[in-house]
Design a binder for this molecule. Structure first.
Ligand code: GLN
Length: 212
């Protein structure tokens, strides 16, 4: 039967939150890596996957739509239950416990998120001509060569709490990739550059989750 435990281990069924943003690019990357990748817009679709990618886009819109679609609480419950989730850019913002503003990282904006990652993020943290930029970034947990990281109106991780680990840091010390158990977050967009290692890492977690 399709979807037996053995097949599931080889080709995990994972979702991409498809309320808004660049979910199609993530579906393509996950499919290229051999996963069964499906768009997720409803609680029953979320319940049927072993991992979820939250794409880039606009976090305030995504937050609003998640409430409209009755997804805010199911998403929170899924993260609490330990579902592997990978958030890029706006998706990282959605996974952050805190969204802060201004130079003092203590100033909370009150923007609602799913949460789960013990970090504070600052939105649109690269102003002016750096609003969008590319750089090579060493991320030791995914190995060599360095990651060609593309930032598009990207957030920065302003504080890494004790439960989270910084796994990617710019030359100036700013944190742009974090991990905490089954949660992974990057400020940048591997799905637009053919960089597969973050999605592969996420799929490893999804495979382990589906065979738990
Ligand atoms: N600036 C967007 C936000 O705050 C994120 C941009 C992106 O996902 N590329 O949600």
């Amino acid at each position: 039967m399709a979807g037996s435990r053995h097949e599931e281990a080889a080709a995990p069924r994972v979702g991409v939150l498809a309320l808004q943003g660049d979910f199609r690019e993530h579906l393509a990357v996950l499919t290229a890596l051999g996963a069964v990748a499906v768009p997720v817009r409803r609680p029953d679709e979320l319940a049927a996957v072993s991992g979820l990618v939250i794409p880039g886009g606009e976090s305030t819109v995504m937050d609003k739509l998640s409430r409209t679609f009755g997804m805010a609480e199911p998403l929170r419950a899924a993260v609490d239950a330990g579902l592997p989730v990978y958030g890029t850019c706006a998706g990282l913002i959605m996974l952050a416990d805190r969204v802060v503003d201004g130079p003092a990282s203590q100033h909370l904006t009150g923007q609602r998120t799913i949460g789960g990652l013990d970090v504070a993020v600052r939105r649109n943290a690269f102003g002016g001509q750096n609003e969008s930029f590319e750089t090579d970034l060493l991320v030791p947990v995914v190995g060599v060569p360095p990651v060609h990281a593309v930032f598009i109106r990207a957030p920065v991780v302003a504080e890494v709490g004790p439960l989270a680990t910084a796994i990617g840091v710019l030359d100036d010390g700013r944190v742009v990739a974090v991990e905490q158990g089954n949660l992974l977050g990057t400020s940048f967009h591997p799905e637009v550059t053919g960089e597969l290692r973050f999605h592969a890492r996420f799929l490893d977690k999804a495979r382990a989750w589906s065979s738990r």
